[in-house]
Design a protein around this ligand. Structure first.
Ligand SMILES: C[S@@+](CC[C@H](N)C(=O)[O-])C[C@H]1O[C@@H](n2cnc3c(N)ncnc32)[C@H](O)[C@@H]1O
Length: 358
């Protein structure tokens, strides 16, 4: 299980010192990191480090107060606080089929605060995550500090960005070596191939903060990504879209889309790839999710669907039955994420396409 540094109280300057309250918890917020960790606290002003300190998270902690200072008067300006795990040896995320092409997802995902100023007002209730995707792509995504399901990053989203990056990396290495490596999800590689002249249309359902679709648009040229979700994510996802730098001839935009009422005219061009990450946790919404996928693929019969998930309940297996009944067939792969005490956690990937016999 990956753990995320969360601000329970965002940083502020009080009586000349920076104060904040953090915890280190899972994406669901249902468990705290139960091992000791050394954390590095970095204060930046205009992207320059002006103060650095360390603090220890103990295995029994549920929260950890931070106090830095008193700061010299010339530093009482608009600042940003970063909280990161001390350079732990990066655990390797690993695709079962290609173990040596992995990049690192740390056990503890650090946090960067929104700016806070000298007037004792706390930073906005936001946190920025930095994801080091393959090919030196640095993805920066804002999420909220609260407990909203939609407005923060989930493990499968994090893993999917790295998985897509690794797939693209392997494909480009194959081109350089003039050699085809066996692909775990050949239909996905076919869609992602860069030797195509037209811009591919990608739609993400339940995009949350937009980590997956934005990550793809940053890593893949010639793609048009439409992120969709319920209206509650519009503000955070728009912030992330505005700060992204898509690859050559790629673009990202957002549209509200409720799985219960997908519009018939979502894209003017046929959709090539539909992304669905960590959206199968709620068994009640699975019938509408599958019926939405079915409707999208009826208008774009060549589309493939990449579903990524972390198993949370037995009830999620209904998803696979519903997909089968709707005439979809899948090919599967998986990736390991680091977990406490040297253990690993699994993220599953299913690449669905319409069974031509249906
Ligand atoms: C667990 S979050 C995953 C977010 C993101 N894909 C990730 O991996 O970080 C599930 C997302 O599904 C969205 N969702 C749930 N029900 C939905 C519906 N009926 N229509 C559209 N989106 C929905 C939620 O708003 C939420 O953003």
């Amino acid at each position: 299980m990956v753990y995320y540094v969360r601000f329970l109280k965002t940083p502020r300057i009080q009586k000349g010192s920076i104060t904040a309250l953090i915890c280190i918890t899972t994406d669901l917020g249902d468990a705290f990191l139960a091992e000791d960790a050394d954390l590095v606290l970095t204060v930046e002003k205009d992207k320059e480090v002006v103060y650095k300190s360390q603090i220890k998270w103990n295995a029994y902690n549920r929260e950890l107060p931070i106090t830095l200072g008193p700061l010299p008067v010339h530093l009482i300006k608009t600042l940003v606080l970063k909280v990161d795990a001390e350079a732990e040896p990066p655990s390797k995320s690993k695709s079962i089929s290609e173990p040596d092409l992995s990049s690192s997802i740390p056990l503890i995902v650090g946090a960067i605060s929104a700016p806070f100023g000298p007037q004792n007002t706390p930073a906005a209730k936001l946190v920025q995550r930095t994801i080091n995707a393959p090919e030196a792509v640095k993805l920066q995504v804002w999420e909220e500090t609260g407990n909203s399901i939609a407005r923060h990053i989930w493990d499968a989203g994090l893993a999917t960005v790295v998985y897509l990056g690794e797939t693209l990396q392997r494909m480009s290495q194959d081109v350089k070596r003039n050699k085809a490596t066996k692909s775990p999800l050949p239909a996905l590689e076919k869609v992602l191939t860069t030797s195509r002249s037209s811009v591919i249309q990608v739609v993400e359902l339940g995009a949350g903060c937009g980590i997956v679709g934005i990550g793809l648009a940053q890593m893949l040229s010639n793609c048009s990504v439409l992120l969709t979700d319920l209206p509650e994510v519009e503000e955070i996802i728009t912030r992330n879209i505005n700060e992204t730098r898509p690859a050559n001839v790629s673009s990202v935009r957002y549209q509200n889309l409720d799985w219960e009422q997908p519009p018939d005219d979502l894209c003017s061009q046929p959709i090539a790839l539909i992304l669905v990450s960590d959206c199968t946790y709620n068994a009640d919404s699975l019938p509408v999710l599958v019926s939405c996928l079915d409707r999208l693929v009826r208008t774009s019969p060549e589309a493939i669907i990449l579903v990524s998930l972390k198993r949370r309940h037995e009830s999620e297996t209904v998803f696979f039955d519903l997909m089968r009944s709707a005439g979809f067939r899948s090919v599967q792969d998986s990736m390991e994420l680091p977990s406490e005490h040297g253990q690993v956690d699994e993220i599953e990937f299913y690449c669905y396409s319409r069974d031509v016999r249906v």
